[in-house]
Design a binder for this molecule. Structure first.
Ligand SMILES: [Zn+2]
Length: 397
């Protein structure tokens, strides 16, 4: 796979040089003082913002924009196939353009989303997406507006935006913000602590260990919103009897670097809860251990995305005093959701996942909460909201 990637990468660079050498009059690969990665008279292409993909591009003789989609440096050969792309296209005039996403050695995964303001997004119509037979190239037909057009695998949420969103929800509810560490590239690792800080029972949730997994983040946000918005005796009782730890951005370097899976150290952080080779996993576990010392962790949830809605939970005979919360939550999902998530109950020793660590070290029922890549935002938020309601109902007394 590495070999193929290199060869294809070189071919793209070679084509770019060849085009400039023959002096294609309608296109340049970049111009002085401008960070465009390629440009024609009609469109300039940028990947210079937080969470932009790792792209190079050229303009084909027919005007098509050819974009390579690369992954971050990885310690191990091969990387989880989550080819993230995010670009800004600046158009001189409104018009229709062809853009090819070239995934060297990997398959197209994320259905393209488009935006003109980076805030509201819409899925590109499937009629405007054509995949090559081996699915390693996606040809998109884009109707660009004059000015900025954003194209990405999911709505773009940078590390700063996710922390700001969480702060805006939690600060008014009295949550305290802490910097529990720094990432490898020295970005702040931010957590929030709320509820009853002296309570003997603690609930822990985190998200964005894996950068493109934003539907998991949507569910995390649904949980946060429900915890602070719901105003009744059950939630009040839950918050008054529990300390709450929330980590909204576990891998800021990966998110802002447009990574597919890893941190800046080239490691999958959700395989590092055990080896602890990276500052992000060391910092978050030190923080959780400090804040939960001498207390019970009633539940631990880590929000992700995959090819379906599924809860990865430990077996129901696992040695945890609150393991029975899991079938209760499953039943709440089944009773309240039109399309409840699947459940998978298993524990792999030394897997290095946060879920395994939560069970082994905290004796807490840890769940990897996985949302389908394509789960609509409202449905993902609803799953988070049902989790909050289930916590309140089960643990309020
Ligand atoms: Zn994940």
């Amino acid at each position: 796979m590495g070999q193929t990637t290199l060869a294809r990468g070189r071919a793209a660079v070679g084509a770019a040089l060849f085009l400039s050498a023959i002096g294609g009059c309608a296109s340049v690969q970049s111009s002085g003082g401008d960070a465009a990665i390629c440009a024609s008279d009609a469109v300039r292409v940028y990947a210079d913002f937080p969470a932009a993909g790792r792209h190079d591009c050229i303009i084909a003789p027919d005007g098509a924009i050819i974009v390579t989609v690369d992954h971050e440096p990885s310690v191990e050969d091969g990387i989880n196939p989550s080819p993230w792309f995010a670009l800004r296209l600046e158009a001189q005039a409104a018009g229709r353009h062809t853009l090819v996403l070239d995934y060297p050695g990997y398959d197209h995964r994320y259905s393209p989303e488009t935006s003109t303001d980076r805030m509201s997004w819409r899925a590109l119509d499937t009629a405007n997406i054509a995949l090559s037979e081996d699915e390693t190239r996606a040809t998109l037909t884009l109707d660009l507006a004059v000015g900025d057009n954003w194209l990405a695998g999911q709505p773009i949420v940078s590390s700063r935006e996710q922390v700001e969103w969480t702060r805006a929800r939690l600060a008014p509810a009295g949550f305290r913000e802490v910097e529990y560490g720094r990432s490898l590239q020295d970005r702040p690792l931010i957590g929030f602590i709320g509820g009853n800080l002296d309570a003997p029972d603690v609930y822990v949730a985190l998200t964005r260990q894996h950068p493109p997994e934003t539907t998991g983040q949507d569910a995390f946000r649904g949980l946060v919103s429900r915890l602070v918005d719901r105003d009744d005796a059950a939630i009040e009782s839950f918050l008054s009897r529990h300390k709450i730890l929330l980590a909204p951005m576990a891998n800021p370097d990966g998110v802002d670097g447009g990574y597919w899976r890893l941190n800046r150290g080239g490691i999958d952080l959700n395989r590092d809860w055990g080896p602890f080779t990276q500052p992000e996993t060391r910092a978050i576990t030190d923080w959780i251990l400090r804040e939960t010392e001498g207390r019970n962790v009633i539940a631990f949830m880590d929000f992700h995305s995959t090819n379906r809605d599924v809860m990865y939970a430990p077996p129901l005979d696992a040695p945890s005093p609150t393991i029975d919360f899991l079938p209760y939550l499953e039943q709440r999902f089944n009773a309240t959701l039109a399309a409840p998530p699947e459940w998978s109950y298993a524990h792999n020793e030394n897997s290095g996942t946060s879920k395994g660590w939560a069970l082994d070290v905290l004796k807490a029922p840890g769940i990897t909460v996985e949302l389908w890549d394509e789960t609509p935002q409202a449905d993902a938020e609803r799953i988070g909201s049902v989790i909050a309601d289930a916590l309140a109902a089960y643990f309020a007394e």
